[in-house]
Design a protein around this ligand. Structure first.
Ligand code: SF4
Length: 241
């Protein structure tokens, strides 16, 4: 199967639009029922705020506006940039929360196992672990499923009311819709940007830049935010874990 980056950008946009249509069609009641079945209740163990559970916590555009106000040092280009042009510039679809260089690789805001900005935490933090995951096992046959690490963290709460599950389901669909919109806008903007500036994705350069980064050398990256690209030079050695 072709890697995603080998698929022409317009086809990828169409696939994401189809995915968004599936999201709209996914019955809210069904997902609320799924959540109610698992009756997951957060026990504030803090595990999902570390790389033991999550590689990174992606920030939607409005989350970036929030984190800038709270602490401008708390975010960074999201890992795993997808594109690199022939001049060696990498491209990624957004920002993520910065992880500390501690043993657990914990979120910037995790202190003593607790979130120090819990009331203002970000969209992905609020809905976790009730995310709808897109699994494309069979090409063209995208399915949706609930994600929760049963038995690993959190606990089963038999008192969780169905109304609360319904509200969580609504927030999850809102998050997934915003996420897909951001991915679609990223690809549309990139496609136009490449056309206007005579650029193209260069797999050789991509490999070269990722190697450079692993070796601790600086690389340049354009991060998509609020409809535009923001240029950064990054030197952290742990972008491509
Ligand atoms: S912002 Fe808070 S809830 Fe979100 S990952 Fe960081 S510590 Fe966890």
């Amino acid at each position: 199967m072709a890697a995603a980056v080998d698929i022409p950008i317009p086809y990828r946009i169409v696939a994401l639009v189809q995915e968004r249509n599936r999201l709209f069609a996914y019955p809210l009641e069904q997902m609320a029922g799924d959540i109610w079945s698992s009756r997951f209740r957060c026990t504030s163990c803090g595990e999902c705020c570390t790389q033991a559970v999550n590689n990174h916590i992606f920030l939607l555009d409005h989350d970036v506006a929030t984190v800038k106000k709270i602490d401008p040092d708390a975010y960074e280009p999201a890992p795993d940039p997808e594109f690199c042009d022939q001049n060696g510039m990498l491209y990624v679809s957004g920002y993520a929360l910065r992880m500390k260089n501690d043993a657990a690789r914990s979120c910037w805001f995790l202190e003593g196992g607790k979130c120090r900005i819990y009331e203002r935490r970000f969209s992905g933090c609020r809905i976790y672990p009730h995310m709808l995951r897109r699994s494309a096992g069979t090409p063209g046959n995208i399915t949706w499923r609930q994600f929760a690490r049963r038995g690993s963290h959190g606990q089963y709460d038999p008192t969780l009311p169905f109304e609360e599950c319904f509200e969580i389901a609504r927030e999850v669909k809102e998050y997934e819709n915003a996420y897909l919109n951001q991915q679609i806008a990223f690809l549309e903007t990139l496609h136009e940007y490449f056309a206007v500036h005579g650029l193209r994705h260069d797999p050789g350069r991509y490999y070269d830049r990722t190697q450079r980064y692993r070796q601790g050398k600086p690389v340049d990256i354009n991060v998509f935010h609020a409809g535009e690209f923001e240029e950064h030079r990054i030197v952290k050695p742990d972008l491509f874990l």
